[in-house]
Design a protein around this ligand. Structure first.
Ligand code: HEM
Length: 308
């Protein structure tokens, strides 16, 4: 086992090269099916990246998000649009063939998250490993931990601080919105029902952007999607921050970060690629340490959708 332990929130250890002796090729084994899934359908990249947030903020990074069940986290409406689970299943299946019962789904997910960021042109980081999988997944815990997109910075900060993240880290983590999309539901209030008035549009939206959004989503329609970052939506880059500065961010929560004095400086700082990529890598490592299960707790699930 590696000699570089990292203390996590609960005092247990995660390690780089955790699988050095019992599954040394694990990172390559995960990477191949993730790459194949991405070639078939590139939208798995934002799907898998989003899982890092939705898994780790609810019960810690324990793969509780991946469990099936009528009242599991996955069954909550907030998680209904989550996708890319087949890619994680495919990666886990390959890992089980090579190293049965050794690598948790929580670790497979963290390797896959790093891989999809690289596949979309983003930064690399060393993934800490040694997590174990949770046995519990409870839908009621989702809305308590995952924020709605109409939130302002004060609410966002409070929620992130509760998980140990400062304002700069929060701004950096939401840089994940440089790829992927949002359903009509996430931004409708800005174009059709601002402040409860059906005829009102969010006055902070540039008129051209508002009219494009209205054209794309003329009325309530859950099948309508808009890219979170409208200029280079498939590329992991700094365009998300540049868009916020030009007021063409899709979500109220994202836009509030450029307007608020606690977060504004970091938005501007992250328009620099060197700074953003290094900040993002560090923040993702911190996210991956959140409330993990290690050593004797939890289990190594054989299939990510079910406890053993
Ligand atoms: C400030 C907190 C956050 C809020 C309010 C928020 C909100 C949202 C919303 C509303 C969507 C669209 C979902 C839909 O319509 O189905 C979304 C998508 C996404 N979020 Fe976040 N998010 C936050 C933080 C994060 C973090 C920390 C990450 C990852 C590190 C992340 C990664 C993503 C990705 C990649 C997508 C696109 C998903 C896809 O295309 O399927 N988000 N987010």
């Amino acid at each position: 086992m590696s000699t570089i332990p990292v203390n996590t929130e609960d005092g247990a250890d995660l390690h780089y090269d955790f699988f050095e002796h019992n599954c040394p090729e694990v990172e390559n084994i995960v990477c191949n099916p993730i790459y194949e899934s991405y070639l078939k359908n590139s939208t798995i990249a934002p799907g898998v990246l989003r899982m890092a947030y939705h898994d780790c903020f609810v019960r810690g990074c324990d793969a509780s998000l991946l469990l099936e069940g009528p009242d599991s986290e996955k069954s909550h409406p907030i998680n209904a649009p989550m996708h890319g689970f087949e890619a994680i299943d495919a990666a886990k299946e390959e890992v089980e063939k090579a190293c049965p019962g050794v690598v948790s789904c929580a670790d497979v997910l963290q390797f896959a998250v790093r891989d999809v960021v690289i596949l979309t042109g983003g930064c690399d980081w060393r993934v800490l490993a040694g997590r174990r999988d949770g046995l519990v997944s409870n839908s009621t815990e989702v809305p308590k931990n995952i924020l709605a997109p109409d939130k302002k910075v004060s609410d966002l900060l409070q929620a992130f601080q509760k998980k140990g993240f400062n304002a700069a880290q929060m701004v950096t983590l939401t840089g994940a919105h440089t790829i992927g999309r949002a359903s009509w539901f996430a931004f409708d209030v800005r174009i059709h029902n601002f402040s409860g008035d059906q005829s009102k549009v969010d006055p902070s939206l540039p008129p051209l952007f508002a009219s494009i959004l209205k054209k794309k989503c003329p009325s309530a329609n859950l099948t309508k999607w808009v890219n979170l970052e409208v200029i280079t939506p498939r590329r992991f880059d700094t365009q998300y921050y540049k868009n916020l500065i030009h007021k063409i961010g899709l979500l109220t929560s994202d836009m509030s970060m450029v307007a608020d004095s606690h977060t504004q400086e970091q938005v501007y700082m992250n328009t620099n690629w060197q700074k953003f990529s290094s900040n993002f890598a560090d923040a993702m490592v911190d996210l991956s340490k959140l409330d993990v299960l290690t050593v004797q707790s939890g289990e190594i699930r054989l299939k990510c959708r079910f406890v053993n």
